[in-house]
Design a binder for this molecule. Sequence first.
Ligand code: ZN
Length: 384
Amino acid sequence: MRGGPTTSRAINRRLILSLLRQQGAVSRAELASLTGLSAAAVTFVVSELIEDTLVVEREAVAGATGRRPTPIDINYDAHLTVGFKLHRHHIECVLTDLATTPLIASDVAISDPAPTAIIETIASTIPHLLQRAGRKNVGLMGIGVSIPGEINAATGVCLQSPRFGWRDLPFAEMLAERVHAPVWIDDDVNAFAVAQRLFGVGRQHRNFAALAIGAGIGCSLVIDGKIYHGSRSAAGKLGHTISVPNGRLCECGRHGCLMAHAAEPFMLDEWSRLTGQAIVWEAFVDAVQARDGTSLAILEDAGTRIGRHLADMVNLFDPEVIVVGGEAVALGEALLDPIRREMEARTFFANPKLLPDWVPNSWARGAAALAAQAVFDFESVSSG
Ligand SMILES: [Zn+2]
């Protein structure tokens, strides 16, 4: 990147890149009027960005009044990022372009949860992904890793991850040293929210919440276009609000957290307890789709509980919309209906829309977005 991140030149570059991300391709003249920069400044910055292969001139479309101005667009295809989402027993990996569009995806088993073993697995996966995509000689813009836990995204330190038993681990720095590329890390739900802000529902919203329901439950808040991390990187942990005093043991070590009573492991435990069937996620999804009464009752219970806590969040933060992701989105309206119903019954004023947006690679794409956002943001820090 030319100049320091705070020089006016760098700010103008990011201003133009952010605008192109939101608007799609526009002409130099439109860029000037939308940004308030002078025509000369736009021409200067755009030619620099073309030189750096960050933007590209698209084909001008001839109109009735003659030649149209050349549209300028982001050169999404020229830059690659890799996203890794750490699950308990496997790592979801995806190589994407700058728009976090997946080029190649893979899934790697974790045999050893030690940080060094996981870093080695990530490092050895990267060349395979590049090779399979036929992009072996392309430099990486950066690497994003999303980790369930409390992550200081600014310093790249994993403060704690109960799922992996990690504490105060400088994960980004360790991985950056191993792979010689910039590394960004964040909590997995925050990473999902970053992807939504850059290229999803959040492109149209400055204030929204990103709710994720999977192995855990989290609810990241995007306030005025920025992820709200909190003062100790622990904001958005809706899943650890107490729902049942002295209830089920949560992975955080406390009892009765919302996620212990409403996330995937709870649904499967209940399903197994009530039907005697093995704990298999796909079988549970099939039962829900077949409108099996027991499975629907479990979702009614879990959804009502989530909706109650979500209403508290809405009353505190008043988001424009709530995007919903995580594996549980596959359960569809059978889960979303009770969440929506209970939330609407308990919010005192606002009723933000619940917008499900989930495809199989969404977690890893979120991680890739951590690296992509560095191109568009005014403030972001990487290790490496
Ligand atoms: Zn907990």
